[in-house]
Design a protein around this ligand. Structure first.
Ligand code: LLP
Length: 412
């Protein structure tokens, strides 16, 4: 099964000529999402967690083509906003498969989600503050409720993505059981939730294990006071290898460690990976438009930058980059790949070995499927890129390129 569905798909496994053809047909910058790989990633998660509920953290990639593939693969949907709930419903998700995780929710979001709940009464709302319960009550909501705990344990690839010990997220751990007891009669209390952070690797697995242990203890306390829960959701955050030499996460051992750390609870285990589902299903294609020899670097200017893929600028994230127009005779040089935005942070990589990145060549950026298009912006009045989806290698345009007219459309 491994040969058909390997745990990692590196940039070198993509068909370079096929990508060049897509760049020529649809223009650049271009996101390419392989729905077959999305399905494979879902299948590996389902296999590793056969008796758990696996919920896709929609925020990693909200495109309809992706959501449909994920839904058809049997994953539920974890949504962070009214907009994500809308997208999940539009992609065919039933209320029963939708978890809305309210993080400091704007009134507009609560209005909208409670409104949707009237037609989809199986939808679950997760609260991360006691006063969100009051705000739901005021709106007449008395449905399926889950409480997010702040477990006091964080993990993840960068300080900016560690949520577990960040005061913004969740009800303080020691207050959760009391809150659960006080709301249990009024709402249908279905579960507990926590999320340590994003991009968990083998190295910080011990933090993940500690979080799960704490959630197991909390669930036992809550279950002894209010009765059995339906689920204990221990969050997402499963990392993927961004660097060429990095080994993939051993999902089976993460699953074993998770089950063991949770211990005996009546609720089902739930996990909510985002990145793991979509990261290596996506590449970003860019075109070289300038090559310049500066004093300390060869700067390769491309048409994608921090407004297309924010991760390098925001987290110093590493993404594999290849010249897909190069041939075997091309010599590699050390290059800085920079975008067209007027910010010095607008650099996709530095001191990177690239095969002769001449003007007109196409570069592919790997692992761009998670938090890629989602974090794109129109800063510098730069229209957002187009996106194509692949099925069996066949492409279709699923998101058209923004135009200069789109940029001014909202002004009056
Ligand atoms: N559940 C909750 C409550 C979350 O907040 C998140 C991510 C996830 C699940 C999914 O985490 P994942 O499996 O994708 O790691 N923009 C950052 C990542 C931010 C993640 C925010 N929350 C990045 O590009 O690395």
């Amino acid at each position: 099964a491994d040969a058909e569905n390997p745990p990692v798909r590196r940039l070198s496994a993509w068909d370079a000529d096929g990508l060049v053809a897509l760049a020529e047909e649809y223009g650049t910058p271009l996101y390419v999402m392989d729905r077959d790989r999305v399905r494979q990633n879902c299948a590996r998660l389902r296999e590793a967690f056969p008796d758990a509920e696996v919920r896709y953290a929609v925020k990693a990639h909200t495109g309809r083509a992706v959501l449909e593939a994920v839904r058809e693969s049997g994953l539920a949907a974890e949504c962070a906003s009214a907009g994500e709930v809308e997208r999940a419903l539009a992609a065919g998700y039933e209320g029963a498969e939708i978890q809305y995780t309210a993080v400091n929710p704007p009134a507009r979001d609560l209005d909208h989600v409670v409104d949707r709940w009237r037609d989809h009464p199986e939808l679950t709302v997760t609260v991360g503050a006691a006063d969100t319960v009051d705000r739901l009550r005021e709106r007449g909501f008395d449905g399926r409720l889950c409480i997010r705990a702040n477990p006091g344990v964080g993990a993840g690839h960068h300080e900016k993505v560690r949520t577990g010990a960040n005061a913004k997220f969740g009800v303080p751990y020691d207050e959760v059981a009391d809150l659960a007891e006080s709301v249990a009669g009024e709402f249908e209390l279905v579960g507990l939730h926590a999320h340590a952070g994003s991009g968990i690797s083998g190295e910080d697995l011990s933090n993940h294990r500690e979080l799960v242990e704490r959630m197991g203890n909390l669930a036992r306390e809550v279950e002894s006071r209010v009765g059995p829960l339906e689920f204990v959701d221990v969050g997402g955050g499963f990392g993927v290898p961004y660097r060429e030499e990095e080994p993939p996460l051993d999902l089976e051992s993460v699953a074993d460690a998770t089950r063991e750390a949770l211990g005996d609870v009546s609720g089902t285990l739930a996990v909510e990976p985002g990145r793991y589902v979509v990261a290596d299903a996506g590449v970003l294609l860019a075109r070289v438009n300038t090559v310049k020899q500066a004093a300390d670097a060869t700067v390769v200017g491309v048409d994608a930058g921090m407004t297309t893929l924010l991760r390098p600028a925001m987290y110093d994230a590493y993404h594999e980059i290849r010249n897909i127009s190069s041939d075997d005779n091309d010599e590699a040089i050390s290059a800085t790949v920079a975008g067209p935005i007027c910010e010095s942070a607008d650099v996709l990589c530095e001191n990177r070995s690239l095969a002769n990145p001449r003007r007109g060549a196409y570069l592919a950026v790997g692992n761009a499927g998670a938090y890629g298009y989602e974090m794109a912006s129109t800063y510098n009045s730069r229209p957002r890129p187009a996106e194509v989806a692949l099925d069996g290698g066949k492409a279709r345009l699923v998101r058209r390129r923004e135009t200069l007219t789109d940029l001014t459309e909202l002004e009056q």
